[in-house]
Design a protein around this ligand. Structure first.
Ligand code: TEU
Ligand code: CA
Length: 568
């Protein structure tokens, strides 16, 4: 694997609308991010990905872009952005933007032109097709419900394709002119000083151009739009071209958001000659999913989480570095989702943090994760803003769930769980805003907040700092960044254990993912405890460990041990 500057970094995702509001309008903004750069620096963050801040009508919270060259006034101005880039650079923090180019907003000039003349040059920027006697061309369902085809206003029997909301028309990547427009825009931002991009929903840019029906997968007679991906060959041709024309000239950091990819394509995605530098590992997040919708999802155990992560590492670690997440702006909070009820404590949260950050790959935190923010209890559907959640609520209701049952589903799965404002302090609205927040703050902000955890030595936040610091600690950097990951006792229930084997150092990571203590035979002599979530270990050197061959782990104990090389 070719060494890259970002390999020993820890990354952090900011959802700008909910991070920090600087002017009291209830919406987080760029000046708010600038205010908090020192907080991020102190945490040890080296890369920050900011969800979309471009001009947008906010049908899908900025993932519907109406001008790729403009900052939305809700977030600030282009000068604010330039200032953010400069301030981040001073602190050696790379800024990564969101690249949303599978679709744009229906308010984008391109689409407005296409509406005027569907057969003109801009019509060909989109997928405009004839329907079947006034009905959609095929039976694909959009991510957010309903057909992917929307009648083109003012025309008989013409439809445009949108895999997401109808206000997010898909861009026609088959059109070389469109592709060049996108590459030009990417280069423009890179030239400005952005370090790279997170590529939104990027696998979808290649369509199965036959636009034919597939067998229905729900009672509505439709099939998931993503069904077509199995028949859409050649996405990597587009991606390689984009890499060559836009990213390579600036040596940009790129991280793909892709589901539904084929494992044998890993090399082409994140290998040394791949189209991206990294991709997110969504394996644990796909667990328990049902094609029927959120109401039909299965609860995921920590052992399933472990198995999914181990499998991802097995297929990727010889090739490249995936990014490890427990949550993001589309997912529920990781601590609420993966930890058993009895483990939803600060100790359990440290354990989950430890597993995630000691796993081979680029650690990627989502805002609030570092203080253990949790899901929110939604008591009424009126508390929800997210378009995806509103649809899933309706799907659950249509399936016969009561209002109360449907709200329970939403409380577990809603994307708004992750989008409630960041909990900075015990001031009103968690110190996020001096006005009224666009989405209510989680009721638990007095218990879970950054300022308190900053001060408390044994807090989750400080545990994250230790984990992050290990990644650049000269003693452990090589093993944590590059050491091979190998499972330990994977057949044990409620247990996650693995080695990280470096050139000179071997670490053993043990996590007792249950309330009951357990004794464990240690396969190799232990040299020292590097990190322990049950007692404070301030520095590795101070805690030499007597050679022992068994250990008793407390409930939800997490340990990083330096051990003798198991092969020698
Ligand atoms: O997400 C793509 C994607 O596949 C998700 O929509 C996912 O399936 C869904 O959120 C599960 O509930 C990206 C963005 O991360 C998301 O916020 C956007 O809504 C979407 O693209 C459209 O741009
Ligand atoms: Ca604001």
């Amino acid at each position: 694997m070719r060494k890259r500057w970002w390999h020993n970094k820890t990354a952090y995702q900011i959802y700008p609308k909910s991070f920090k509001d600087s002017n009291g309008d209830g919406i987080g903004d760029l000046r708010g991010i600038i205010e908090k750069l020192d907080y991020l620096k102190d945490l040890g963050i080296g890369i920050v990905w900011i969800s979309p801040i471009y001009q947008s009508p906010f049908v899908d919270q900025g993932y519907d872009i109406s001008d790729y060259y403009a900052i939305d006034p809700a977030f600030g101005t282009m000068e604010d952005m330039e200032e953010l880039l400069a301030q981040a650079k001073k602190r050696d923090i790379a800024i990564v933007m969101d690249l949303v180019v599978n679709h744009c907003s229906d308010q984008h000039a391109w689409f407005q032109e296409a509406l005027k003349d569907p057969f003109g040059p801009y019509g060909d920027y989109f997928y405009i097709r004839e329907g079947k006697n006034g009905n959609p061309p095929c039976n694909w369902r959009s991510y957010f419900g309903g057909s992917v085809w929307e009648p083109l206003p003012g025309y008989d029997n013409l439809f445009y394709l949108h895999l997401f909301a109808k206000e997010q028309p898909d861009l026609n990547w088959e059109n070389p002119k469109l592709r060049q427009e996108i590459y030009r825009m990417i280069r423009w931002w890179l030239k400005k000083g952005v370090s790279g991009f997170r590529l939104d929903a990027i696998i979808n840019i290649k369509k199965d151009l036959r636009f034919q029906d597939f067998p229905a997968d729900r009672e509505d007679g439709m099939c998931a739009g993503t069904t077509m991906l199995a028949y859409a060959d050649g996405v990597t041709d587009f991606l390689m071209e984009m890499h060559k024309e836009a990213f390579a000239p600036y040596d940009a950091f790129t991280i793909g958001e892709l589901f539904d990819f084929r494992p044998e394509e890993m090399e082409r995605y994140i290998g040394d000659q791949g189209c991206f530098e990294s991709i997110f590992d969504f394996a644990p997040h796909l667990l328990g999913a049902s094609e029927n919708g959120w109401y039909d999802r299965k609860k995921v155990t920590m052992d399933e989480f472990r198995d999914a992560v181990f499998e991802s590492k097995a297929i990727s670690q010889e090739i490249g570095m995936m990014a490890n997440i427990i949550e993001n702006h589309d997912e529920p909070r990781g601590v609420s989702r993966y930890l058993p009820k009895s483990g939803q404590t600060e100790r359990g949260k440290k354990l989950l943090a430890g597993i995630s950050l000691m796993t081979f790959g680029l650690p990627f935190l989502y805002q609030g994760q570092e203080i253990g923010m949790t899901n929110k209890e939604f008591r009424s559907i009126r508390e929800v803003d997210d378009i995806n959640t509103l649809d899933e609520y309706q799907v659950a209701r249509d399936h016969g769930l009561t209002e109360e049952e449907a709200l329970r589903v939403i409380s577990q799965m809603s994307r708004d769980n992750a989008r409630t404002p960041m909990q900075w302090s015990d001031e009103a609205h968690g110190g996020f805003t001096e006005g009224i927040p666009w989405l209510p703050v989680n009721e638990n902000y007095q218990q879970i907040r950054a300022d308190e955890q900053q001060k408390r030595e044994d807090s989750l936040l400080n545990f994250y700092k230790k984990l992050i610091a290990l990644r650049t600690n000269p003693k452990y950097e090589e093993v944590i960044v590059y050491g091979k990951q190998e499972p330990l006792n994977q057949a044990l229930d409620n247990f996650t254990g693995f080695y990280r084997k470096g050139k000179e150092t071997t670490l053993l990571i043990l996590a007792n993912t249950q309330e009951e203590p357990r004794s464990l035979k240690l396969p190799v002599p232990v040299r020292r405890i590097v990190l322990d979530n049950c007692s404070a270990v301030s520095s590795a050197e101070e805690h030499a460990f007597d050679s022992v061959n068994s250990i008793t782990l407390e409930g939800y104990q997490f340990l990083v041990l330096e051990v003798e090389d198991s092969n020698g």
